[in-house]
Design a protein around this ligand. Structure first.
Ligand code: SF4
Length: 291
C-alpha cells in the first residue's frame, strides 16, 4: 500500500486534518481514515492510499461508460481504484467501492505515465476515471489527466458529482467529458439511501456544465424509491432549466445488490414509460441501460 501526499486538506487541532475534497469534509484524527476509506491522516498530514494502485483497468467501448455522444465508436482506457465517498445502499459495484486498501493487499504500482502509455498501446482515444468514484483518487486522476492531454488523449469522469467546488475547480478543467450519476431527485433519497446531499451534486453538475464540457446524466431507477412521476418531472424541470434539453439522459435498470435488495429489478416497461415522458418533455436524447 502506498502513502501519497494528498491535496485539498487543512491542518486541525491535535494533529487532526480536515479533508476538503468532497462535501463530507471529514475531520480525521491521526492514524485514522476518512469516510471514503482511502485517505489517511499520518502524523498530522493527509495521504492518499490509492495513488498509483488501480484496482481495475480495462479498455472499454465508450458507450459502456455510458457516453453516447462523445467520441462514439471509440475505445476508452478505463481505470478505477478502491473507495467511495457516498454510501449508496444499492451500490452496484460494492466490491471496489466498499473495500478499503489493506497492508496485506498486493497492488502493482502504475504511474500516471504508465496509464497513458497503456491507453496509447491499446489505441484508446481517451482515459476514463471510473468503476469507483474518481473524486476519491483525484490526485492520481489529475496527474494522469495532464499527461493524457499532452499525449493527445481526452479525459472522462464517470462520477457521482459529490465534490467540493474548490476541488472541482482544479480537477474539472482537465476533464473533457463526464457522465454524472444522479441517484434520485430528492434530498430525502440522497440522505436515506446514499448518505449524501443532492444540493452539492447539482452544484458540481452546474459547474461542470458552465465550463462548456460534454455532459451526460445517468439515473439508476429503483422501483418504488426514486421512480415517481413527480420526482422524474422535478428532475426534468431542473435539467431543462439548468442544462438545457440537449443534454443526453440515461435511465438504467437497478438489480438488487449490496445492502438494498427489497425492491424488484426495474421492469423494462417502467424505463420505457420514463423515456416516453422525457421525449414528450422535448429532450433530444434519451437512452436506456442495463436491460
Ligand atoms: S474525500 Fe474522503 S476523506 Fe475527503 S471529505 Fe470526502 S469522504 Fe472524507
Amino acid at each position: 500500500m502506498e502513502y501519497h501526499p494528498a491535496r485539498w486538506w487543512s491542518p486541525g487541532e491535535n494533529q487532526s486534518v480536515r479533508c476538503h475534497l468532497c462535501p463530507r469534509r471529514c475531520l480525521i484524527a491521526p492514524g485514522k481514515r476518512g469516510y471514503c476509506g482511502v485517505r489517511q491522516n499520518k502524523a498530522g498530514k493527509l495521504f492518499s492510499l490509492v495513488y498509483g494502485t488501480p484496482a481495475a483497468m480495462h479498455n472499454d467501448p465508450i458507450e459502456k461508460k455510458p457516453l453516447y455522444h462523445f467520441l462514439p465508436g471509440t475505445q476508452v482506457f478505463s481505470v478505477g481504484t478502491l473507495g467511495c465517498n457516498l454510501g449508496c445502499l444499492f451500490c452496484q459495484n460494492d466490491t471496489l467501492s466498499n473495500t478499503e486498501p489493506r497492508e496485506e493487499m498486493d497492488f502493482r504500482y502504475f504511474t500516471p505515465q504508465d496509464l497513458v502509455e497503456l491507453a496509447l498501446k491499446y489505441k484508446s482515444r481517451s482515459i476514463a476515471y471510473t468503476y469507483n468514484e474518481p473524486t476519491v483518487f483525484a490526485e492520481y486522476a489529475v496527474e494522469t489527466a495532464r499527461l493524457a492531454h499532452e499525449a493527445g488523449l481526452k479525459n472522462i469522469f464517470v462520477t457521482n458529482g459529490f465534490i467540493t467546488i474548490e476541488a472541482a475547480k482544479e480537477i474539472y478543467p482537465l476533464i473533457d467529458a463526464a457522465n454524472f450519476d444522479m441517484k434520485g431527485f430528492s434530498e430525502e433519497f440522497y440522505s436515506s439511501m446514499c448518505q449524501g446531499k443532492l444540493a452539492s451534486v447539482l452544484e458540481s453538475i452546474k459547474y461542470f456544465h458552465s465550463l462548456g464540457k460534454h455532459l451526460e446524466l445517468t439515473n439508476l431507477v429503483i422501483p418504488g424509491k426514486n421512480d415517481s412521476p413527480e420526482l422524474i418531472d422535478a428532475y426534468l424541470d431542473w435539467v431543462a432549466k439548468n442544462l438545457g434539453a440537449a443534454v443526453p439522459l440515461h435511465f438504467s435498470a437497478y438489480h438488487p445488490a449490496f445492502r438494498f435488495r427489497s425492491a424488484p429489478p426495474t421492469p423494462p416497461a417502467l424505463l420505457r414509460q420514463i423515456a416516453m415522458r422525457v421525449v414528450e418533455r422535448g429532450f433530444h436524447h434519451v437512452h436506456l441501460g442495463n436491460i
